[in-house]
Design a protein around this ligand. Structure first.
Ligand SMILES: [Zn+2]
Length: 394
């Protein structure tokens, strides 16, 4: 196994402390939003000598990825492992299926759409699994109609569109709000903003209410001089999900979602394809949004782990691009890493460990790459929590 270093993404919504403290780096006053541990070209991890992991893999793909993975996915890892620190809400987004991604990528390339206007950066799908590393809040799929109506009915100014929600359904409603002229959006939303401004400022609205996240999004819109955005109405018709540390959520293609606050591990298919769906100053491709979104309401649920005989826990999702395994080692315990037919990424979340083939001790934030067929031994110097990302073994 070799040690790898992740690539840090300094998006504006990121926090200032979590990742720098975990990695022992100092980024000054710059936010650190994501740590990417994978070979995606937009942010490849590196080896200790600074050379990109993607180049290293491409130099000997069958040896370093495994024959099976190369045949199925080509000369790249099928998954991308990330750590996120969400300080401010992200935009609402939807990810495509493989067929939609292939079509969309081809179309945007042939039309010569500029990089920053694109939704498709590759031809892959991007199902996502997240494991909360703190209390975590997110928007996840559409609420059932009764709940959405109850939420919308709290606000008098929304009267005229509530009737439409019942009449034209969720898809019609989403299409309508994304096509509203700015002035209409202002007429609907400004009364809600003004009525709740002081309660929000005085911390009187709970994070368990959709209104809190509506006001938080407004706070950012006003601070950054952005326009009011149809995504603000999406907050009321989407499920607000609170997950506790250790809980896992899966987001399949077509499910709209937005991370609101907290830290998490995110494991996904190796792709960067995002169709935006509001709460963003960037262009929303409404046509594509209506095309790929799944408008059926869903009941939010966490993914239950499956306990293995060696004490580890597997989080299995309905795609075979990735699976996440968790090990909780006690001080003094050792773990012979299970041999795998494909490449794996290991991540030390907490504690101190020593790998048998390394001279030094490794702390929280350390990551390793395991070649197919390779075995190594982790020795826990203190209690330690370790994660392994692999292609699904199912
Ligand atoms: Zn996403």
């Amino acid at each position: 196994m070799i040690e790898i270093k992740g690539s840090i993404k300094q998006y504006a919504w990121g926090g200032y402390h979590y990742l720098p403290m975990m990695l022992g780096t100092n980024l000054g006053n710059e936010p650190a939003a994501e740590l990417w541990l994978g070979d995606h070209k937009s942010g490849s991890a590196t080896l200790i000598d600074g050379s990109p992991l993607c180049k290293w893999i491409e130099a000997a793909p069958e040896y370093r990825l495994g024959k099976g993975l190369v045949l199925r996915y080509g000369c790249r890892l099928p998954f991308l492992f990330k750590i996120l620190d969400v300080r401010e809400p992200l935009s609402i987004q939807v990810h495509p299926t493989i067929e939609q991604a292939k079509k969309g990528y081809k179309r945007e390339i042939s039309k010569g759409i500029a990089q920053d206007q694109r939704s498709y950066h590759d031809d892959n799908h991007k199902p996502e699994l997240m494991l909360a590393l703190s209390d975590f809040y997110l928007l996840h799929g559409f609420r059932n109609v009764t709940e959405a109506l109850a939420e919308l009915n709290k606000y008098k100014s929304l009267n005229e569109i509530i009737k439409l929600y019942s009449e034209i359904g969720i898809k019609g409603f989403v299409s309508l709000i994304f096509n509203l002229p700015k002035s209409n959006l202002g007429r609907l939303l400004t009364p809600i903003i003004e009525a709740n401004r002081s309660a929000y400022a005085q911390n009187e609205i709970s994070k368990s209410e959709s209104l809190f996240w509506f006001m938080r999004a407004v706070e950012r819109i006003e601070r950054d001089n952005m326009d009011l955005d149809a995504g603000l109405l999406m907050i009321f018709i989407m499920n607000l999900m609170y997950v506790r540390k250790g809980d896992v959520v899966y987001q399949d293609a077509g499910v709209p979602h937005a991370y609101l606050e907290g830290q998490n591990i995110e494991l996904m298919a190796n792709s960067d394809n995002v169709v935006r769906c509001g709460l963003t100053p960037k262009h929303v491709d409404t046509r594509e949004l209506l095309e790929i979104t799944d408008f059926s309401p869903i009941t939010p649920a966490t993914v239950k782990g499956r306990a293995n005989t060696d004490g580890s826990t597997d989080y299995i999702v309905p795609v075979d691009d990735f699976a996440l395994r968790e090990y909780k080692l006690e001080k003094g315990q050792s773990l012979a890493t299970p041999e795998d037919k494909g490449a794996c990424i290991w991540f030390v979340l907490s504690g101190e460990v020593k790998l048998d083939n390394q001279q030094h001790y490794s702390n929280s934030g350390s990551a390793f790459y395991q070649r197919p067929g390779e075995v190594n031994v982790f020795r826990a110097i203190s209690d330690a929590v370790i994660y392994r990302a692999s292609a699904s073994t199912n």
